[in-house]
Ligand binder design. Structure first.
Ligand code: PLP
Length: 300
């Protein structure tokens, strides 16, 4: 019989200034009532795919983690410590659950810490990949397009304190968009800039458009679009294999006229968009090839 119970995650709590890490019992809480993660959503994170007990795309995750922390004015994380703890947690996971769960999710969380101490909080978890990911990869995602709900000024009026290019813990609005999509018979929302009609990103993934002639396109990451580690890995890998990869402004019409449209992110990997609003996007002949390309790029 298939067990529906997911195994307990492995959790390490890190001393944030490069010191020790301790294994934490996942049945017990470890975040204080006055932690900025809880009270303000003030912190950064990374979600990293583990395959066969090894982290993937780690250099890009580490670089973005450091840049997210810098954008929020958090002390620079000791990346060597995060990497060491990740290796230990990944190997422990693999030894215990590798056979049933060769793909797992590792999360790095780094918060501004307790109001009462001002010391950042830091922890690493490794747990099973959410079940719905495999279904999404197999069945694809029906996407609504819509405004993000706020406009990020990327021009010379840009607010210097904005954290939109950082991977912050503040995902409540994205989760609300996702719930809205589900309540309306869709699986995700692709955000579109209301002023220009530019495609931005989905709630938890980067948009990739595949055009005829082995051409891959993605909107320019930057202040209003999170720079995706999966997209970067895909473009590097595909570029070395004869695909022409470009960062370019995209509009909803580009989604509709594409050979295929994909949402890519580290742990869920590649999910083909099967509908945009009411328009069905039938699978192209090379759908399996593109899915395999994304998988291979992320496992590289
Ligand atoms: N954009 C958003 C808003 C995301 O939340 C994510 C991933 O969580 C991505 C893009 C894709 O990033 P990555 O490929 O590094 O997982």
């Amino acid at each position: 019989m298939v067990s529906l119970v997911q195994p307990q995650p492995i959790i390490y709590v890190l001393e944030p200034f490069g010191g020790s890490a301790r294994l934490h019992n996942p049945m017990l809480p470890h975040v204080f009532h006055d932690d900025a993660a809880v009270t303000r959503g003030d912190g950064v994170f990374e979600a990293i795919l583990l395959l066969g007990g090894e982290p993937t795309n780690l250099d890009r995750h580490a670089a973005r983690f450091a840049s997210s922390a810098a954008r929020l004015g958090l002390p620079a994380p000791y990346l060597g410590q995060w990497r060491e703890v990740t290796a230990a947690a990944a190997q422990a996971w693999h030894a215990q659950h590798g056979e049933k769960h060769p793909a797992a999710r590792c999360t790095w969380t780094y918060t501004r810490g307790r109001e009462s101490t001002g010391v950042p909080s830091a922890w690493v978890t490794v747990g099973a990949e959410p079940r719905e990911h495999a279904r999404a990869r197999a069945e694809g995602a029906r996407a609504l397009t819509g405004p993000r709900g706020y406009q990020v000024d990327t021009g010379d009026k840009a607010a210097p304190w904005l954290t939109t290019g950082a991977k912050t813990l503040n995902y409540a609005a994205n989760m609300a968009a996702l719930r809205h999509a589900k309540q309306n018979g869709f699986d995700d929302v692709i955000f579109v800039d209301t002023e220009t009609g530019r495609v931005l990103e989905a709630t938890t993934s980067t948009v990739i458009v595949v055009k005829k002639g082995r051409r891959l396109r993605t909107p320019r990451p930057g202040q209003d679009i999170l720079s995706g580690t999966s997209q970067q890995a895909l473009f590097e890998y595909a570029g070395q294999r004869g695909y022409k990869c470009k960062v370019k402004d995209l509009y909803v019409d580009d989604l509709l006229s594409a050979e295929s449209v994909w949402l890519v992110s580290s742990v869920r990997r590649g999910v083909r968009v099967t509908a945009v609003n009411e328009v069905e996007l039938p699978a192209p002949k090379n759908a399996a090839e593109i899915a395999a390309l994304i998988d291979a790029a992320l496992a590289d």
